[in-house]
Design a protein around this ligand. Structure first.
Ligand code: FAD
Length: 473
């Protein structure tokens, strides 16, 4: 292999998973020079698994959280490091495990350089097919770039960023959230990040009451009982037979999925079980773990196939899928652990947690006046933004994303993230497909459907690395 210089931009799960596959591949040799970039607090763990409150839990049971298939797995690492192997462990512990895997990889291969710095600018020279990366006043040239910068900036639906007592990014909650319970605290959002904030405030601070505001008030579903699913109809083979002229019809995709649901004995009406009453919906899931679990594990089993086939949907089918079916799948895709749901129900019953839906405005002229469409108003001293990251890239995005859009090295995908081809190569409006630059993680939102869980990221990392070696042979 000719001498290749690789930059991995982002040291979260995606970045270190790529690194692991690069060095584990049979084609690997030490003529590769690999630099991995990130700030010190994120290197190895990324946002999701950074050091934070131990009450922020993984939403996947401990035995199923993995980083590749080499020993030690997460569970045995926990045991040998003296941690309890609870069904749901804290995300920070998974972060520590990932950092130990990164240390192990770096100690085993001398051609890997861990660079504790953020890339500020990234340019491409199509005549040399090389990239110039700029960081802390230094320029370095690479033959390949793996862009794994993770989630985009948080969305800010009420344009409150910069206002005193508006907490734009809640993580790490131990640093960013208030510890004193004297103030009226409102949380924007009802998703997994909101649940993190609620748990931290009510379990670790003297906060007595929390309001969670959102448009729908809906929370993720509750993880049901594990169900072993072997897909019979919604299989890769059958799906690929449905692809004609590089397209698959949503109607046929749906028919296959409905057939699978029937074959597995999953009642499709479970998709419509939500009543709009958050407490009642959580209780329903807690009381029907078998049925709900079967639906969730069927979605999990079909997820990699959905993710692969998503790029074959036509524009109108993709739009229809995202508006009509995605919300139903998403609700059941990343469920919260049952003990977390039980805690939320208890806090709702005791009045510590109030879920307020239908909010339509926040006036920040005197504290935060949160109004609902049905005329209610709530005055809060502090608002915590837990609406989650944005999926759309914009030219004014800070950092490396703004820079590659500015240089026309990348183009926004109207369905979210950046335009990439089926091999995760970036597509530039200026030079076409850039085969030396790969993207993995949240930035492929528009082309890889729901592919952010550790299993799917690891699977995509393996595919990207195979493609890289095939290209550089
Ligand atoms: C709160 C939360 C909880 C989650 N829980 C689970 C779970 O329990 N199970 C599960 O399977 N999945 C979970 N996920 C999904 C999660 O997104 C993935 O598992 C995974 O962590 C994503 O990794 P990533 O490397 O793509 O992104 P990130 O973890 O966001 O890492 C990207 C890294 O890139 C760095 N970076 C950004 N810009 C630059 C730059 N210019 N230069 C250098 N570095 C840069 C960032 O600092 C960051 O460390 C969770 C996600 C979140 C947000």
């Amino acid at each position: 292999m000719t001498h290749q210089r690789i930059a991995i931009v982002g040291g979260g799960f995606s970045g270190i998973s790529l690194l692991d596959h690069l060095v584990s591949n049979s084609e690997y040799d030490e003529s590769l020079e690999i630099d991995i970039y990130d700030k010190r607090s994120m290197m190895g763990n990324g946002h999701a698994y950074q050091e934070d409150s131990m009450h922020l839990l993984l939403n996947i049971p401990t035995p199923d959280m993995a980083f590749g298939d080499k020993a030690p797995n997460f569970e045995s690492w926990l045991q040998s490091n003296g941690y309890a192997t609870d069904t749901y462990t804290s995300r920070s512990l998974f972060g520590r495990y990932l950092r130990s895997r990164l240390d192990h990889i770096c100690a085993s291969y001398k051609n890997i350089e861990v660079r504790y710095a953020m890339i500020e600018d990234l340019q491409y020279d199509s005549s040399t097919r090389c990239f110039a990366l700029y960081s802390e006043g230094q320029k370095k040239v690479y033959t390949h770039v793996f862009l794994t910068v993770g989630q985009l900036e948080y969305s800010d639906p009420y344009n409150l960023k910069g206002i005193t007592n508006y907490i734009f990014d809640p993580y790490p909650v131990t640093d960013n959230l208030p510890r004193s319970g004297e103030k009226a605290i409102g949380i924007l959002g009802c998703g997994l990040s909101a649940i993190d904030c609620i748990r931290y405030l009510l379990l670790e601070t003297d906060t007595q009451e929390v309001h969670a505001f959102s448009r729908s008030g809906e929370m993720p579903s509750v993880r049901g009982t594990y169900s072993e699913i072997t897909l019979q109809f919604f299989t890769s083979e059958r799906l690929h037979k449905l692809v004609h002229n590089d397209e698959i019809s949503l109607l046929e995709l749906k028919a296959l999925f409905v057939r699978e649901l029937a074959h597995q004995g999953v009642d499709w009406r479970l998709f419509f079980r939500r009543t709009g009453n958050t407490r009642q919906d959580l209780q329903y899931d807690l009381e029907h773990p078998e049925a709900v679990g079967k639906l969730q594990y069927l979605i999990s089993a079909a997820n990699p196939l959905f993710s692969d086939i998503f790029q074959y949907l036509s524009h109108s089918d993709k739009s229809e899928f995202l508006s009509k079916y995605h919300p139903l799948i998403e609700e059941n895709h990343s469920p919260m652990p049952a003990p977390v749901a039980e805690g939320l129900v208890e806090w709702m019953d005791s009045g510590k947690l109030r879920i307020i839906e239908n909010i339509n405005n926040i006036d920040a002229s005197d504290g935060f006046d949160v109004s609902t469409a049905d005329g209610w108003q709530f005055n809060m001293d502090i608002i915590i933004n837990a609406t989650g990251p944005s999926v759309k890239v914009q030219k004014d995005d800070g950092g490396v994303i703004g820079s590659i859009l500015e240089h026309f090295l990348a183009s926004p995908d109207e369905f979210g993230g950046l335009l990439v081809d089926q091999n995760h190569h970036i597509i530039s409006a200026r030079t076409g497909t850039v085969r030396e630059m790969f993207v993995l993680g949240a930035l492929t939102y528009g082309s890889n459907y729901l592919s952010q869980s550790v299993h799917l990221l690891n699977r995509s990392a393996e595919k990207i690395v195979k493609q890289f070696y095939a290209q550089t042979k």
